[in-house]
Design a protein around this ligand. Structure first.
Ligand code: 13P
Ligand code: SF4
Length: 334
C-alpha cells in the first residue's frame, strides 16, 4: 500500500522554477537591503537637497537605493534634458563622469557634483583627442558624430552628439555622406545597417555589453520559454540579431508595456531590470549578472558626503565647454 495514498502536491513546472531562480539571482547581484542606517542616509540626503536647492539625477543603472533619493531616473538623453532645464543651484549626478560633464556643459552656471569622481566609463576612455584628430585628417569631408559616452574634449571636436535613442535620426539628418561615428563600434555597426550614409567606425566598445555572447542568450531563451529579448545597441551584432527589440535604456519600458509578451530578457547592465519592474510591474524581466562597476561605485554615503561638503565638483575649461556645448545643443534639437 503506497504510503502517501491521498496526498498529492502539484509542483510548479520547470519554466516557473527557472524564472524564480533567475529573479533570485538578479536580486543577489546588487541587493536592496534596507538597513536603518540606509534609511537614515536617505532621509538625510532628501533633507540636504532641500537645504541646498539641489536635484539628484540618476541613471537607470544605479544601485536600487539610489532611486530612493533621485528626483529623476532615466537614460542619458532624458538626464541631459533634465540637466538643461533645471532651475536648481546644484545637480548631484548619480551616474558616470561623461554624464555629469554633459550636465555641466548644458548647465554651466550650476554646480554639478559627481559623488565619486572615479566613476568613469570604459567606452568613453576609448576615444582620445589625438586619435580623433588623426581620423578627422584622414576623412576631411566627414561629419563627426559622437555618442554622449565621450569626454568633454571629444565633444568639443564633434559636430553633433547623440545617444542610442536619437543616433539614427541625427545621422540621417546630416548632409554629409560620410560620418565618423565614435566610440562604440557595435552601435556604429547597428546604425550602418539602417542608413545609406557611409559610417566610419571607431574601434571602441563597452566592456559590460561586449562580453555577452549569443550562446548565453540562447541558453536563457531556452530556459524561459516564450520570452522576448530586448537588447541595448552596445551589444555585439550577433546578440542584436537575436533580439525582438533593440533600444537604449529609455525605450525598454515602452516596448515591454506595448508588447503582448509577459517575459522579457533584458540584455544590458543588470540593474536595468529594477527600473523595468518599477515601471511595468505586471510583467517579468530577467537579466544576466552583468555589472557596470563604474555605475555601482556611487553609494548613499558618497552622495551624502558630496552634497554636504559640496565635494567632487565637475569643472571643464571654458573654451572646451563652449565648443562641446554646440554639439550637445544640436543634439537636443532632435
Ligand atoms: P542609455 O543612453 O541607453 O541610458 O545608455 C547609456 C550607457 O552608458 C549604456 O551603457
Ligand atoms: Fe560606460 Fe558601459 Fe558602464 Fe555604460 S555600461 S557607463 S558604456 S562602461
Amino acid at each position: 500500500m503506497p504510503l502517501f495514498h491521498n496526498f498529492s502536491v502539484k509542483l510548479p513546472d520547470s519554466t516557473t522554477i527557472l524564472k524564480v531562480i533567475f529573479i533570485i539571482k538578479d536580486m543577489l547581484c546588487t541587493p536592496l537591503i534596507m538597513t536603518t542606517e540606509k534609511e537614515k542616509l536617505i532621509e538625510e540626503i532628501i533633507e540636504l537637497k532641500k537645504q541646498k536647492n539641489a536635484i539628484i539625477l540618476a541613471h537607470n543603472y544605479q544601485r536600487p537605493e539610489m532611486y530612493k533619493v533621485a528626483d529623476f531616473i532615466g537614460d542619458s538623453l532624458e538626464l541631459s534634458k533634465q540637466a538643461a532645464k533645471t532651475d536648481a543651484d546644484i545637480i548631484l549626478f548619480c551616474g558616470v563622469q561623461f554624464m555629469a560633464e554633459t550636465a555641466k556643459i548644458l548647465s554651466p552656471k550650476k554646480r554639478v557634483l559627481l559623488p565619486n569622481l572615479e566613476a568613469g566609463c570604459s567606452l568613453a576612455d576609448m576615444a582620445t583627442v589625438e586619435k580623433l584628430a588623426e581620423v578627422k585628417k584622414q576623412h576631411p569631408n566627414a561629419a563627426v558624430v559622437s555618442y554622449v559616452n565621450t569626454s568633454a574634449e571629444i565633444k568639443a571636436m564633434t559636430d553633433i552628439c547623440c545617444t542610442s535613442m536619437n543616433a539614427l535620426k541625427i545621422i540621417n539628418s546630416i548632409p554629409n555622406k560620410e560620418i565618423i561615428f565614435l566610440p562604440d563600434i557595435n552601435l556604429g555597426k547597428y546604425i550602418a545597417s539602417k542608413t545609406d550614409k557611409k559610417i566610419i567606425l571607431w574601434d571602441g566598445y563597452c566592456s559590460v555589453h561586449d562580453q555577452l555572447t549569443p550562446e548565453m542568450l540562447l541558453e536563457m531563451k531556452n530556459d524561459i520559454k516564450g520570452s522576448k529579448v530586448i537588447a541595448h545597441p552596445e551589444c555585439k551584432p550577433e546578440i542584436l540579431e537575436l533580439a525582438d527589440h533593440i533600444c537604449g535604456t529609455g525605450g525598454m519600458a515602452k516596448f515591454a508595456k506595448q508588447d503582448d509578451g509577459n517575459d522579457f530578457i533584458i540584455v544590458t547592465e543588470c540593474d536595468m531590470v529594477n527600473k523595468l519592474r518599477q515601471d511595468v510591474p505586471e510583467k517579468n524581466f530577467f537579466s544576466f549578472c552583468n555589472i557596470c562597476n563604474f555605475m555601482k561605485s556611487t553609494t548613499l554615503e558618497l552622495a551624502k558626503e558630496s552634497l554636504l561638503e559640496i565635494k567632487h565638483e565637475i569643472e571643464i575649461p571654458e573654451e572646451t565647454l563652449k565648443k562641446a556645448r554646440k554639439s550637445l545643443d544640436r543634439m537636443l534639437e532632435f
